[in-house]
Design a protein around this ligand. Sequence first.
Ligand code: ATP
Length: 243
Amino acid sequence: MVELKNIRVVYNKSHTNEKQALDGLDLTIKKGEFVTIIGPNGAGKTTLLKILTGEVYPEEGEYILNNKNIRHTKPYKLFRNVGIVYQEPDRGVFPDLTIEENLILGSKKGNRLFSFGKYKGLELLKSLNMGLEDRLKTKVKELSGGQKQALSMILAAITYPDLLLLDEHTAALDPKNVDKVMDLTLKINNEMGITIIMVTHNMKIVEKYSKRIVEIKEGKVTKDFLYERPLSQIGSEKIKATL
Ligand code: ATP
């Protein structure tokens, strides 16, 4: 479903501070996969996400999404196909609007499925067990960081993107909220079938939740493997209890 072939990105080309961020990166991802990207600082992880959203054009290489070569597609045209949730909880929500208004706007972005999107959003909200479904008229700026980030994930999911990118989306959360947001992440992947690419530095998250792990170093894929673990160890305590 996603194919990146020989992607090369050079920042500040021909200047003294020229930097090759991706150096012939190849990566293929199938529909419905949950892929974790790891690697040291400066390895090129964020640049990879920027290629996928269309924010950065590769110097060389091919980016194919759903059999369409979109190397030169502008980001606004990819807007419906590729969703992204960032580290900062405020980036993915409308803080001055209520939870309900956020859900309505979020589902309108994917307007093919407008009413279904809002219904799905409410269902996901209930599944969080954060009590947010009883606070639909509350302004989002009054929520905690973890609650806002969970809502960001829901808003991204109800547009039904082909690809959902997570750029260290749990990095600013406390451990309890990390588990809630990661459970929601698995639910969006498993139950909604949305393909997810998650960048993280948090090895506890990798241990607990990752399936396929791709390591990037110096702009290339250096490892790509499935992380095998007993089924009982996947997910948080809540998920274990329901297995
Ligand atoms: P981190 O884990 O620290 O976020 P990363 O793996 O996401 O790092 P990138 O942000 O993709 O790495 O950066 C890859 C390289 O490109 C780094 O050396 C970085 O300094 C450089 N770089 C990133 N963005 C730019 C830019 N806009 N201009 C110049 N160099 C850049």
